[in-house]
Design a protein around this ligand. Structure first.
Ligand SMILES: Nc1ncnc2c1ncn2[C@@H]1O[C@H](COP(=O)(O)OP(=O)(O)O)[C@@H](O)[C@H]1O
Ligand SMILES: [Mg+2]
Length: 282
């Protein structure tokens, strides 16, 4: 669906992307995970043809981005910084503008608002929406014309947990319908939950990529099993054949309340690889 090879980009003297390579398969949710300033927005702009790269190539639908046809572009939906919401217009009229641009019949507007939980706000002006509702309106705009490929730049940035969950549900529904999604985030829990594969971006370089579970397993250096006993005690045992008998006995005696393996989170992996946190304290 997307093939990105050796993409480099500098702004004046500053190198922002240094040789980015990845492929995105049809039907997957691919997450570009990195802290603020890593180069995520720059890369999304290059992938969507809003900015050209200095070096390397990007193809979408097996074509160079610069040579996509009008029809191809209609199969793409883009949300950057929740742009495209007109404050003075109602939710309905906001979507009407895009329906007209994309040649979508107006009777789809209500369905689209319903999909993002904004049916009751159809005639409310965008200026009177909460932050979470506005984010969902921006998302509705992306889906208006049923695109096959969707780019979302930090779709849940700065939103409350409930809106975040709603947006996750909407994105997963789109995937179920066969959409391919490219999203950026600096939230590792979001990446772990939503993405089939992620690339960890730091200072313009992909430092690791793969399925979130595989990445976490790969950096599981400790290989321990952590248990919490009903008595309140916490213990750790090595992940080894010698522990098996003991754990089995403890389990059959009903003494174990919880049992966990010790894989790191994506956040910990990122810290190990870069010495930086994904979500830096502001
Ligand atoms: N148009 C621009 N001109 C100069 N520098 C830019 C421009 N756009 C982005 N940058 C710089 O590129 C780096 C990466 O920015 P960006 O892609 O927005 O990162 P992210 O989206 O991961 O936060 C930052 O240091 C930013 O200041
Ligand atoms: Mg950004």
């Amino acid at each position: 669906m997307i093939c990105c090879k050796g993409v480099c980009k500098s702004f004046s003297e500053k190198q922002v992307l240094s040789g980015i390579d990845f492929d995105i398969n049809s039907g997957e949710i691919f997450g570009l995970l990195g802290p603020s300033g890593a180069g995520k927005t720059t890369l999304i702009k290059i992938l969507t043809g809003q900015l050209s790269s200095d070096k390397g190539s990007v193809s979408v639908f097996d074509k160079e981005v610069s040579s996509l046809s009008g029809e191809d572009k209609k199969s793409i939906g883009i949300m950057m910084d929740q742009f495209g919401v007109y404050e003075r217009l109602s939710c309905r009229d906001n979507l009407k503008i895009f329906a007209d641009i994309y040649g979508v019949p107006h009777d789809r507007i209500r369905d689209t608002l319903e999909q993002v939980g904004l049916k009751d706000a159809e005639y409310r002006s965008a200026a009177n929406l909460s932050k979470g509702m506005r984010a969902r309106l921006a998302l509705a705009r992306v889906f208006m014309h049923s695109p096959k490929l969707i780019f979302l730049d930090e779709p849940t940035g700065g939103l409350d947990p409930q809106t975040m969950r709603q947006i996750h549900r909407i994105i997963l529904e789109k995937k179920e319908k066969g959409c391919t999604v490219f999203l950026t985030t600096h939230n590792m829990e979001e990446a772990y939950k939503l993405c089939d594969r992620v690339a960890l971006l730091n200072e313009g370089v992909i430092v690791e990529h793969g399925a979130p579970e595989d990445i976490c397993r790969k950096y599981n250096h400790q290989k321990t099993i952590k248990m919490h006993f009903s008595s309140g005690e916490d213990i750790q045992m090595p992940h080894s054949p010698e522990s098996a008998e003991r754990i089995s006995r403890l389990l059959s005696e009903g003494r174990i309340e919880t049992i966990h393996s010790s894989e790191p989170t994506l956040e910990t992996v990122f810290l190990e690889l870069t010495g930086r946190k994904l979500e830096e304290d502001e």
